[in-house]
Design a protein around this ligand. Structure first.
Ligand code: UN1
Length: 497
């Protein structure tokens, strides 16, 4: 525990509590935390509710100033926070730093947005009337986030929520509580510099799924934004719906790439590698299904296997590592089970299996696996959060689209082609059915400027860029009569005489 205590101390995180947090990189203790109780959650929600009443009155551009200051803190502490992300989630340092950059980017976006929460003026059918649509602050927002993006996903939500006038209550994954505490510490510094923000504007709730359920059930929280597995979404969604709350769900993906004959195979191999083995296959946007046209199958697959053989798996902080550990033993077992199931279904497996166990006995490093499948079926239809890439042959774009859309998830997708008709077809109404559709780019690594999320079992929510901010606000249609008459809509006459 002392090994990394410097990092925790730098963020002012006390090394106390009865829950030990271990690094997936070596299985060694990283810190200790205490879980919230029903009483402490109640206090935090009540305080967020009180903060809302004050914060909604603060002009949005001033709210943006707080997010701007927070972005400055993130810039100053990018290296330290990126390192903590890497140690606690197991992603390589480059990706840990990238995640903090994603936070900085969304802060910048939110600061600009704080002056652009535009409503509409609508032509009224009645003389002497003005009709307008205004976006008002909504209330405290609960943010439930997953281990694989332990800070960025919270920032997507929190930066928008704050400029929209909403306090944020964060329930991070129980696997990455230290990242949440460190982020909250940076936010507290920004708050102190800001000066007059209400207390309770941002709170962290630590605990297991019951803590998330408590927040989901609380009618004082009008919006619950939950990012994670479809299983988690099934638990949270109905609880929020029960009380007519709003749920913004960003759940599992089973993302595909279609490779057509005209594709630049060199680019495709690089994109496949980053998307399939990056973050050890633990992104919701990870590439899981590769659908290759039969004309280029034999040219692409051997190159891909050669690239896989060169991928360095190792400690996430070590220079040169491209793939870090899986988050825990259960993840590794799920990977093994999926590979066994694929093999039983006729899949030919290259790679897989635990490595580096002698060096890091308490950690779970796996060799990324490629599985050549005779058809798209069985375990290939599921999301296994591990570096497994299923490969299948297609005979046409139509077949590729049918396979790609033939899963329950609908998050991200891509095509590699230099044929304009194929590219346009892919992003058309009858092309990819996913929330994200890319051409000559892998399915992962989205920029914050776009709306992020997907369809079907991915949950339908959109976070981050574009007009996702509207989910964090309450829409009001207001009509003002500045005439001396009372004309009714639809020309209705209603006069007592
Ligand atoms: C996630 O895995 O939950 O597009 C989010 C990406 C990242 C976000 C992934 N910007 O891969």
């Amino acid at each position: 525990m002392t090994r990394h205590s410097d990092i925790l101390a730098a963020f002012g995180i006390p090394a106390s509590g009865d829950v030990t947090v271990r690094s997936p990189a070596d299985g060694l203790p990283l810190g200790r935390v205490a879980y919230d109780t029903a009483e402490s959650i109640e206090t935090k929600v009540a305080s967020a509710q009180a903060a809302f009443l004050a914060w909604r009155e603060v002009p949005a551009p001033r709210r943006g100033e707080l997010v701007r200051l927070f972005g400055e803190e993130l810039r100053t502490h990018k290296a330290a926070l990126g390192r903590l992300v890497s140690l606690e989630s197991g992603k390589i340092l480059q990706e840990g730093l990238g995640e903090v950059q994603e936070m900085i980017d969304i802060c910048d976006f939110a600061v600009g947005l704080s002056r652009q929460l535009y409503g509409l003026t609508i032509a009224s059918e009645r003389p002497g009337h003005r009709m307008m649509e205004t976006w008002h602050p909504l209330g405290p927002v609960a943010i439930i986030s997953a281990f694989n993006f332990p800070v960025a996903v919270w920032a997507w939500n929190a930066a928008l929520a704050l400029v929209c006038g909403d306090p944020a209550i964060w329930k991070p994954s129980e696997k990455t509580p230290l990242c949440a505490l460190a982020t909250q510490a940076l936010f507290d510094t920004a708050l102190a510099r800001f000066g007059d923000a209400p207390a309770g504007l941002s709170a962290v709730v630590l605990g297991l799924s019951d803590a998330g359920r408590t927040l989901a059930a609380d009618p004082r929280i009008p919006l619950v934004s939950a990012t994670g597995s479809t299983r988690m979404g099934r638990a949270v969604g109905p609880v929020v719906a029960e009380r007519f709350g709003r749920a913004l769900l960003e759940l599992g993906g089973n993302n595909a790439m279609i490779v057509m004959p005209s594709a630049d195979l060199e680019l495709a191999v690089r994109a496949i590698l980053f998307a399939a083995v990056g973050t050890a296959g633990q992104r919701c946007t990870t590439l899981r299904r590769l659908l290759v046209h039969k004309d280029v199958y034999d040219a692409l697959i051997p190159r891909l296997k050669a690239a896989y053989a060169r991928v360095r798996v190792g400690h996430p902080l070590e220079a040169g590592t491209l793939v870090g550990p899986l988050i825990d033993a259960a993840s590794f077992q799920a990977m093994e089970a999926a590979l066994a199931s694929a093999a039983a279904d006729g899949g030919v497996v290259t790679g897989g299996g635990q490595i580096l166990a002698d060096l890091h006995p308490g950690a779970f490093y796996a060799r990324p696996a490629l599985v050549e499948m005779p058809a798209q079926h069985g375990v290939m239809l599921q999301e296994t959060f591990a570096p497994i890439l299923y490969v299948a042959k297609i005979g046409s774009l139509e077949e590729g689209l049918t396979l790609q859309n033939g899963v329950k998830q609908g998050l991200s997708s891509c095509i590699f082609t230099r044929d304009m008709q194929e590219a346009e077809r892919f992003v058309s109404a009858s092309g990819s059915d996913c929330g994200i559709a890319n051409v000559n780019i892998g399915p992962s690594g989205a920029e914050i400027g776009g709306a992020f999320g997907g369809e079907k079992e991915t949950g339908g929510g959109r976070e981050s860029g574009s007009d996702s901010w509207k989910a964090y606000m309450r829409r009001q249609t207001a009509t003002v009569n500045y005439s001396n008459a009372l004309p009714l809509a639809q020309g209705i006459q209603f006069d007592a005489g």
